[in-house]
Design a protein around this ligand. Structure first.
Ligand code: HEM
Length: 542
C-alpha cells in the first residue's frame, strides 16, 4: 500500500515539473490571462497536493494561523466583551435590569467593553472619563442615535422632526435651545407654574390627611407631571378627569412603554411581525395626538399677540415671526416638537418624587433633618417657595442623593457613532451603538464612598454648603443632555418641600417600603408602597 502511494507521488512529481516549466515559459512570454493563473494554481493545488496529506495539513495550519493573527490584530483595537450567542448576541443581558447586568460586566471586562446586540456592535461605557469623552469631548461623533424601528414607529417615520431621535445637527440644537430657554424662563419667572405646583401639592396633602388608613400615591404624580407639561405648552391646566386629558395620558403611557429594549430594534428581520402590530396601534394614536396639538396651535395663531406670552406655543410664534429659526422649522416640526416636550420625562419626574417619599419613609432621621431645616428657614406660617432653595442646602442634598441612588434613568438612550473614532484608546467603527451607564457612574466606589448608602451629606461641604461633584450626571451631558432639567428641579423641589413641610411620613407597621426598583419603559421606579401620614401643623383648611 505504502509503495503504491509513493510511486504515484513520484509519477505525479514528473508530470508537475513539466507543467511548471510550461507555466514559467508562459509567464516569461507575458501572455498571461488571470483566468489562466487561477486555473494553473488550482491545477497545481489539485495535482501537487491532493496526494500529499502532509502538505495539506501544513497549508491549512498556516492559513488558520494567519486568519487568527489578523482577527486578533483587529480585535485588539476594539473593546473586549463577553461571548455573543448566535443570532441574539448578548441581548439576553438587557432583558431584566440591564443597568445591573451591565455594571456587573465591568468586573470581567473593565469600564469600556463591547457587546453584540443582535447583529449590531455596541460599546458600553461605565467610567466618568469614558462618559465625558463620549458625550462631551467627541460631541460631534458619539451623539447620533441608531436607526431603530421603534423610533420610526413612535414618530410615524418622522423621527428627525422631534428631539430624542433627531440627528445631532443644527436643527436639533435650535429645538433644544428653544425648549431649554423657555422652560428656564417659566421656572425662574413664571408665577403661574409656581402657584399651580403649590396648589396641586396642597390639594394632595389635604386628600392624604383626610384619607383614613395607609395611603399609596403611586399613580398620582405621573398625571400631575403631565398636566404641568401640558400647561406649559398649551397654557391650560387640564382636570385629571377630563376626557381629552385621559386620552392624552393613555397615549403618552403607551409611547413611553416603547422606550425600552425592543427585540425588533435589534433583530428587525426576525421580529418584523411584532413591529408591524405595534405600528398600527401607535401610528393611529400619534396622528390623533398630532391633530390635537395642530388644532391648539392654530387657535394660538388666531389670537396671537406678541406682547402676551402665556405658554410655549406663544413663544414659538414669536420665534417664527422674528425668523429666529432661520427658516429651519416648518409646521410639522412644531407639531412633533410640542408632542415630544409634553410627553417627555413626566414618568421620570414622577418616579423621582416617589423615590424621595420612599426614602423619607425609610430613613426617618433624614426626614426629621429636612423638616428641621424647613422649620428654621420657612417656619409654620407660610409654605415653602422656590426662592427658599438657596437657604435649604440639606433638603437640596437629599434630592440629589435620591437622584444618585435611584438613578431613575439608569442608562442613556442608545447613542451611535457617526464616524470611526479613537475612544478611550480603542478604535471604534462608524455606526457602533454606544450605551452610557449612568447607574454605574452613580454607584461606583471609585467616585463615591460607601455608594449603596443613602447619605445626603456627600453633597455637602464641611461648612454645610451644597457641593455638586463632576461625576454626578443624572441628566446626561453634552449636546444630548436632558433639556428638561430646570423644570425637574423646580417641580421636584416645590412638591417635595411642600409635602414634608406639612406631613410626617411613617412606615406601615414599622415596615419600610421595598427599595428595589422596577422598570416602566426606560424609567426605574419604586414598586407601589403604602405609608401613614400625620399632619405637622394644625390647619383648618385641610
Ligand atoms: C427626573 C427627571 C428626568 C431625568 C432624570 C432625565 C434624564 C435624562 C437623560 C439621562 C437623558 C438622556 C441623555 C442621553 O441620551 O445622552 C434625557 C434625555 C431627554 N430628556 Fe430628560 N430627564 C428627566 C425629565 C425630563 C423632562 C421633564 C423633559 C421634558 C421637557 C425631558 C426631556 C428630555 C428629552 C427631549 C431628551 C432627549 C434629548 C436628546 O436626545 O437630545 N426630560 N433625559
Amino acid at each position: 500500500m505504502i509503495l503504491t502511494t509513493a510511486s504515484l507521488g513520484a509519477q505525479h512529481k514528473e508530470v508537475m515539473s513539466c507543467d511548471d516549466a510550461f507555466i514559467s515559459s508562459d509567464i516569461a512570454n507575458s501572455q498571461m490571462d488571470p483566468s489562466h493563473i487561477i486555473y494553473w494554481s488550482l491545477d497545481f493545488l489539485y495535482n501537487d497536493m491532493i496526494f500529499e496529506p502532509g502538505k495539506w495539513m501544513v497549508t491549512l495550519t498556516v492559513l488558520f494561523l494567519t486568519v487568527i493573527f489578523f482577527w486578533k490584530c483587529f480585535r485588539k483595537s476594539f473593546p473586549p466583551g463577553p461571548i455573543a450567542k448566535p443570532i441574539f448576541g448578548n441581548l439576553d443581558l438587557l432583558r431584566n435590569k440591564p443597568h445591573i447586568a451591565l455594571t456587573n460586566l465591568t468586573n470581567g471586562y473593565g469600564d469600556v467593553y463591547s457587546l453584540k446586540l443582535g447583529w449590531r456592535k455596541a460599546v458600553v461605557v461605565c467610567s466618568y472619563e469614558g462618559i465625558k469623552e463620549g458625550l462631551v469631548d467627541l460631541e460631534t461623533v458619539c451623539n447620533f442615535r441608531p436607526n431603530l424601528l421603534s423610533a420610526k414607529l413612535l414618530f410615524c417615520g418622522n423621527q428627525e422632526r422631534g428631539l430624542l431621535f433627531a440627528a445631532c445637527e443644527e436643527k436639533l440644537k435650535l429645538k433644544k435651545d428653544f425648549t431649554r430657554h423657555v422652560l428656564y424662563a417659566f421656572c425662574s419667572h413664571g408665577e403661574l407654574l409656581h402657584d399651580t405646583l403649590t396648589d396641586e401639592t396642597f390639594n394632595l396633602v389635604c386628600s392624604l390627611v383626610n384619607h383614613e388608613g395607609p395611603v399609596c400615591v403611586h399613580n398620582h404624580f405621573e398625571s400631575l407631571a403631565l398636566r404641568i407639561q401640558l400647561l406649559l405648552v398649551v397654557g391650560k391646566l387640564y382636570d385629571p378627569e377630563d376626557t381629552n386629558f385621559v386620552e392624552i395620558m393613555q397615549t403618552y403611557k403607551l409611547r413611553s412603554a416603547h422606550l425600552k429594549l425592543n427585540l425588533y430594534d435589534y433583530l428587525p428581520k426576525l421580529f418584523t411581525h411584532f413591529g408591524k402590530l405595534e405600528e398600527s396601534i401607535l401610528s393611529e394614536q400619534t396622528h390623533m395626538q398630532l391633530d390635537f396639538f395642530r388644532q391648539i396651535l392654530n387657535r394660538h395663531k388666531d389670537c396671537y399677540n406678541p406682547k402676551i406670552i402665556n405658554d410655549m406655543m406663544d413663544h414659538m410664534l414669536v420665534v417664527m415671526e422674528n425668523n429666529e429659526d432661520m427658516g429651519l422649522l416648518d409646521q410639522e416640526d412644531l407639531d412633533y416638537l410640542f408632542l415630544e416636550i409634553c410627553g417627555s420625562g413626566f414618568r421620570a419626574i414622577s418616579s423621582l418624587i416617589l423615590w424621595l417619599l420612599a426614602y423619607m419613609t425609610t430613613f426617618q432621621d433624614v426626614q426629621t433633618k429636612v423638616q428641621q431645616e424647613l422649620d428654621t428657614v420657612v417656619g409654620s406660617e407660610r409654605l415653602p417657595v422656590a426662592t427658599d432653595q438657596p437657604f435649604l442646602p440639606y433638603t437640596c442634598a437629599v434630592i440629589m442623593e435620591t437622584h444618585r441612588l435611584a438613578s431613575v434613568i439608569p442608562l442613556t438612550f442608545p447613542h451611535r457613532t457617526e464616524k470611526c473614532c479613537k475612544f478611550q484608546g480603542y478604535d471604534i467603527p462608524k455606526d457602533t451603538i454606544m450605551l452610557f451607564n449612568i447607574w454605574n457612574l452613580h454607584h461606583d466606589s471609585q467616585y463615591w464612598i460607601n455608594p449603596m448608602k443613602f447619605d445626603p451629606t456627600r453633597f455637602l461641604r464641611e461648612d454645610g454648603s451644597l457641593h455638586i461633584p463632576d461625576h454626578f450626571l443624572p441628566f446626561g451631558a453634552g449636546p444630548r443632555a436632558c433639556p428638561g432639567e430646570s423644570l425637574v428641579e423646580l417641580e421636584v423641589f416645590i412638591i417635595f418641600t411642600n409635602i414634608l413641610h406639612q406631613l410626617e411620613l411613617h412606615p406601615l407597621d414599622g415596615n419600610p417600603p421595598c427599595l428595589e426598583g422596577e422598570y416602566v419603559g426606560h424609567v426605574l421606579q419604586p414598586r407601589p408602597f403604602y405609608f401613614n401620614v400625620t399632619p405637622r401643623f394644625k390647619n383648618e383648611t385641610y
